[in-house]
Design a protein. Structure first.
Length: 671
């Protein structure tokens, strides 16, 4: 049977691409109305499965095989040139706008992005809690391109194997039901794997191609289901339904996609069951075009503006994330006009990329290159990019850095000594490993309890609660707030149950040692509601105030909107850009910031307990509501975006001692 080798052009599907990329860009820009805009990627996966499977199946039905080299060459011509240009330009821009350290950290995945394996990089990278700057990796978005390219490599082979198996099982005959059955097996197997990994390793479920195959298979099933003329059938016929079916399916599909984009948040375990919403929504919109051809060609999604944006969706996807992250690294996050400007700039880059890079290789003068030549040149381009990036971005040794750069780089390792004791296991387990400083025969015990923001104050304790009278016990777990509430932790992709287990063990342990004073502190950036902050903190205090003689709550300090040492390392010849961001000389105004609100919540939680008090030290860190990466005495204040340097904490010990005296705490030291 000879069939048309191309897929019938559907302008509404280009419009669906436009909607998808707009949702993704708005979500990454921080627009709260589309907190689940990341589902646009799921729509892309279904569309790719539909279109690519259609091409492969039609090719096989025409010639009895699939030209794998030609297929891979077409994908390389379509995708690699624009990716290569984006990677090259972003590496260059990052070296100019960021410090050496920031550029090195934020482009760590460039080698993997070049080879379409960044999804593997993000799946298997060892997470270091204090390398938070890596969460702004400029090529994080290429994980989805890695998934797609790995799909493009494996899917033609799978389709071939399916046809070979069907020929053997059906004795040479091919029918739609057999193909649908095989694709359904792939769909169910991948979906089951995705849900299994959601429970055991959520990052694999999100980033790995096998757990995303079900979305591509869903698109393939949709293509086959609506192709009654494509394969010989025993029971096939034309579609005899009212055009209203198309309108209904389209509306329902749009509702599922927009509903997911509106109501889902980054605090959901994803993909999981929720990913079915946008995926099925995409299937319904694709299906609608078969019931109502006129709507597919002239409906809302087929509007010329949406089709025009959809044509440029790949380039816009490439450029939007790195430009946003570069801007956010300069403190432009949560600034409406600046973020809008970054989005607009990324779209201008996308227009240029589409016109001058994508089209020439996709439909222009470079499209007729021989497949083997395309593949070899692509490999050469990848190797060149890898070599260039590794040599260009390699940071010099600290002793060879300029003085100011070396100075701020050393600040990153200016941590309290407790981190060398191995008592903070972070998310790895709920084991209790107290760090004890001082003799076991000490008369009194003071406890420091909290996450890394609470732990940053450790160095004030040895100077205030001195041996031999005092024994200091440190109980910390990074990203584990002293709030009796479960929460979703994005860096591990699931509910941080280890934190809850550890916190309960801590309270049991404190009951056994009955400390004289307990200090507890947590970051103010956890996504808790007012009620959760107040009630969850009060539940912790209710137990602690019965265990300890005094309890002191330290509210979280203000985080910067930029990396402190990185800002100090940059070339300040670009002051105008800092001025536009409202940041001058690595300072920013923090009025109406979240920590101030949280300090109020904690103040309310403390009130019912007579032996509990609030010790707000934020004015020491950010005097006169001005946070600075470096104080007036030249001390680097922040070792990253939110943690204080140990040197800064030590410089404020005398002031903190006086405040503790005002709270009436017995310290037993000479003044």
């Amino acid at each position: 049977m000879t069939l048309d080798k191309t897929i019938t052009y559907r302008p509404d599907l280009q419009g669906l691409r436009a909607i998808s990329i707009i949702l993704v860009v708005l979500n990454h820009a921080g627009v709260s109305l589309v907190s689940g805009g990341f589902v646009g990627v799921d729509v892309f996966f279904v569309l790719s499965g539909y279109l690519i499977s259609g091409l492969l199946i039609k090719e096989y039905m025409n010639v009895g095989s699939i030209d794998l080299l030609q297929f891979i060459a077409r994908r390389l011509r379509r995708l690699l040139p624009a990716l290569f240009v984006m990677l090259s330009v972003v590496v260059l821009i990052s070296s100019l706008l960021l410090s050496n350290y920031e550029a090195w950290q934020q482009t760590a995945s460039v080698v993997y992005a070049t080879t379409w394996t960044s999804n593997l990089f993000f799946s298997f990278s060892t997470i270091n809690y204090f390398e938070e700057i890596k969460t702004k990796d400029l090529f994080l978005h290429t994980w989805s391109l890695g998934v797609e390219e790995q799909f493009y490599i494996t899917w033609p082979v799978m389709i071939l194997l399916i046809f070979i198996a069907l020929k053997k099982l059906r004795q040479g005959a091919l029918d739609r039901s057999g193909l649908l059955a095989m694709l359904t097996v792939l769909f169910l197997g991948s979906l089951g794997l995705s849900w299994y990994w959601m429970a055991t390793n959520p990052l694999w479920s999100f980033y790995m191609m096998p757990s995303r195959i079900w979305q591509f298979a869903l698109g393939a099933v949709t293509f086959v289901w609506f192709q009654p003329k494509m394969l010989p059938l025993n029971d096939a016929g034309q579609l005899y339904f009212s055009p209203w079916w198309g309108r209904g399916l389209s509306a329902l599909g749009a509702g599922l996609i927009f509903g997911a984009a509106t109501f889902l948040t980054a605090n959901e375990t994803y993909p999981g069951y929720w990913a079915l919403l946008p995926s099925v929504g995409a299937v319904l919109i694709i299906s609608a075009g078969y019931f109502n051809r006129e709507r597919a060609e002239r409906g809302i999604l087929a509007h010329p503006v949406l089709v025009w944006v959809g044509d440029r969706s790949y380039s816009w996807y490439l450029w939007h994330w790195p430009l946003l992250m570069l801007g956010f690294s300069w403190g432009l996050h949560h600034r409406f006009s600046e973020t809008t400007g970054l989005v607009a700039l990324s779209f201008l880059f996308a227009i240029a990329s589409y016109r001058y890079v994508e089209l020439p290789f996709w439909k222009g003068r470079f499209r007729h290159q021989a497949p083997l030549r395309v593949i070899l040149l692509s490999i050469l381009a990848m190797l060149t990019m890898i070599w260039g990036a590794q040599n260009y971005l390699k940071p010099p040794p600290v002793d060879e850095m300029p003085k100011e750069e070396s100075y701020s780089t050393k600040a990153r390792s200016d941590l309290p000594i407790i981190y060398t004791y191995g008592c903070d296991a972070w998310y790895g387990d709920a084991n209790l490993s107290p760090c004890v400083i001082g003799g076991t025969d000490a008369e009194k015990t003071v406890v420091l309890l909290g996450d890394s923001i609470g732990a940053q104050w450790f160095s004030m304790f040895p100077g205030i609660f001195q041996a031999p009278k005092w024994r200091i016990v440190v109980l910390t777990k990074s990203s584990c707030p002293m709030v009796d509430e479960d929460f979703f932790y994005s860096r591990i992709g699931k509910i941080y149950t280890v934190c809850t287990e550890w916190r309960n063990k801590v309270l049991d342990y404190l009951e056994s040692i009955r400390p004289d004073i307990v200090f507890l502190g947590s970051a103010a950036t956890y996504d808790f509601t007012k009620e959760q902050w107040e009630n969850g903190s009060a539940r912790i205090l209710a137990r602690l105030t019965k265990i300890a003689g005094r309890v002191v709550v330290i509210p979280g300090t203000y985080p910067l909107s930029f990396d402190g040492p990185g800002c100090l390392e940059r070339d300040f010849s670009s002051h105008q850009l800092f001025d536009a961001a409202g940041i001058q000389d690595c300072r920013e105004n923090i009025s109406n910031k979240q920590p101030e609100t949280v300090a109020g919540y904690l103040g309310q939680a403390v009130k019912p307990f007579s032996n509990a008090a609030l010790l707000d030290l934020n004015d020491l860190v950010c005097p006169n509501e001005q946070c600075s990466a470096q104080d007036a005495d030249g001390i680097v204040v922040f070792r990253d975006q939110q943690h204080l340097t140990d040197t800064f904490v030590k410089s404020r010990v005398s002031v903190i001692r006086k405040r503790l005296e005002m709270l009436g705490l017995e310290m037993g030291v000479a003044h």
